[in-house]
Design a protein around this ligand. Sequence first.
Ligand code: CA
Length: 228
Amino acid sequence: MESNRIFIVEDEPSIAQTVQFTLEAEGFVTEHFSTGTGCLAALEGTPPSLILLDVGLADGSGFEFFRRIRQLTEAPVIYLTARDAEIDRVVGLEMGADDYIVKPFSLRELVARVRAVLRRVGTSASAVAGTAAVFQLDPVRRRIHYHAQLLDLTLHEYRLLETLLGQPERVFTRSQLLERGWDDPDHRLERTIDSHIKSLRNKLREIRPDADPICTHRGVGYSLIPGS
Ligand code: CA
């Protein structure tokens, strides 16, 4: 994925042109779409690094297009929204996107927001890439490889490791792990997490005796640091 390719989905030609001109002057490569449908069609190809999405498009609502964009790409989305009823929906339940900018916006603000979102997404993407080198998660087959070796996990061990891998370095409490790993969590049994973590650690140690990626946080819970 190119790090500086931006899709602009905006049906007002004057806004689209100004945004396009400004971003290109800042070194970004842009593609403009006057309809959401056009953007969706283009997403079948190489995804952009970011999408600026007008909320009020001629061929439909940006919220609806956002859902369909998410089925095709994880690229961050910034809504371009008018200062009316739209904004309440943007900041409310329909947000979903990574950020929003209210029209009329200053071009300096636009560039700053675009850079901030790209920076945020870039750091989390590389954190995940670092994880992928050590652990490989295959949610469809419910399998996890560790240092290229398939782990033989019980369902609960799989779910625990999947949860920890989902947010590296985040500390999960036993209660949170129970909620995510058990279909019918019984919180009187939170200590059961400890025994599952113990057996999980043993399985990881069989592959790498010198490494211990699961950290115990006394009195709190557990986190996973892939590289350790
Ligand atoms: Ca519009």
